[in-house]
Design a protein around this ligand. Sequence first.
Ligand SMILES: [Zn+2]
Length: 503
Amino acid sequence: MTLRVYNTLARKKEEFIPRDSGKVGMYVCGPTVYNYIHIGNARCYVAFDAIVRYLELCGYHVTYVRNLTDIDDKIIKRAQEEKTTSKEIADKYIKAFHEDMEAMGCRKPDIEPKATETISEMQKIVGGLVDKGFAYEVDGDVFFEINKFEDYGKLSRRTLDEMRAGERIDVDSRKHHPMDFALWKGAKPGEPSWTSPWGEGRPGWHIECSAMSLSYLKMSFDIHAGGQDLIFPHHENEIAQSEAYTGTKPFVKYWLHNGFVTIKEEKMAKSVGNVTLVREIGKWDQYAKRPVDLQNHLRMFFLSTHYRSPIDFSRKHLEEAGRKVRGLEDLIWRLDEILKKDIFNQSEEISEDEKIFGDKIDEAQKKFQQAMDDDFNTPSAIGTLFELERNTNIFIDKHPDKFSFSGKSLLEKTKGMLVKLSEDVLGFVLYGKTSSSMGIISGHEESELKRELSANEIEELVEKREEARKNKDYKAADEIRTKLAEKGVVLEDTPHGVRWKWK
Ligand SMILES: [Zn+2]
């Protein structure tokens, strides 16, 4: 199977062939850190997180770069409003951004450059563009001259008339063309600034991403991603700057853009005023009690729709996503229950049922991969997991207490596959570790980080409770059970000892 991705530049799916065999360089436009991120922003980071994870599953060595825009008009404005510095504002929201990313189980990028730490690279590119005649300086501002770059508009496929449609009347008369954009902005009093050949000033937004991506990934890197709203002008301008400066093309091989999140079919945006913040949802009762559900439910909500399609956010849709995850969690729990039972007969024969079930497992794995290879079709990939869930439950129901060795190995295979695809690729946390006293090792230490109690802490409490019960101190034993219940841990007394699971 070959991986095909929808390239915005070509407006079609293309076979994915990386610049350097076996390696992928990927750049995702990160946040402008002047506020908390909302669900619309979050979708982009979750969607591309799943893509990075899948590329790694395919065996690619991925260099994932996601920047932080920590100097920008909006940050300066916010700092003025709050009577503080741009740096204070940026630091505050960078910290919050990282917390939100962790809450959603998004892996850290390999490189996370800050715009303010890449200023000299930006100045080098701006200087180069002036020298080559693609840019001009007026009173300390430097503008890119779009008429000098003949490919301008190739990503957004807009004509100059269309680009000007949203233009305001007060066009800067110093510009050669109304669509020329600022590469460097002369400093206004009180603003953060850097010394440059054009006087004190700061970079424009677009040049930041050209400088940061080229610094770490070089020309013609593989994937540049972001929200659809960045196609024009941000990504269009990045192409113009980068290709004009280096004199080569393409700047990027594959451009990937995610669809909008809407609320009652209206785009979620700060400017519309209909935003729901990730951390607001995290405070909802259920998620405050069990933060791992926030990760699972949000990811299931986002990934149940193809990343390029629009998606409508509501509490109801999030609950539906939660029910879907619960089905997978329950199946893992059920598999563990069955696998720990000593009920397997010694027969070496493979029954017809087992043969059919075995084929279904292999088919599920293949279909999952086919779906992801088709422009990262996560809804279809998730569908194959549900199909496997159904088939596994049917197989178990048919053999409620009697499995052959081959039947057992099929269930182990199913469990391993479910955990790998759900956790490693889609980023769910399905696995509450089973009690070590039961002799079952989950090996998913990472899952425990999201919960309030670690598995070790829980197991210590479970042991203490066992001690208390042995000593007939039932009051103390009950107190421990209640304490665990408050943290979302359910205990179950079985003939083989005590098991625990997340509620
Ligand atoms: Zn960007």
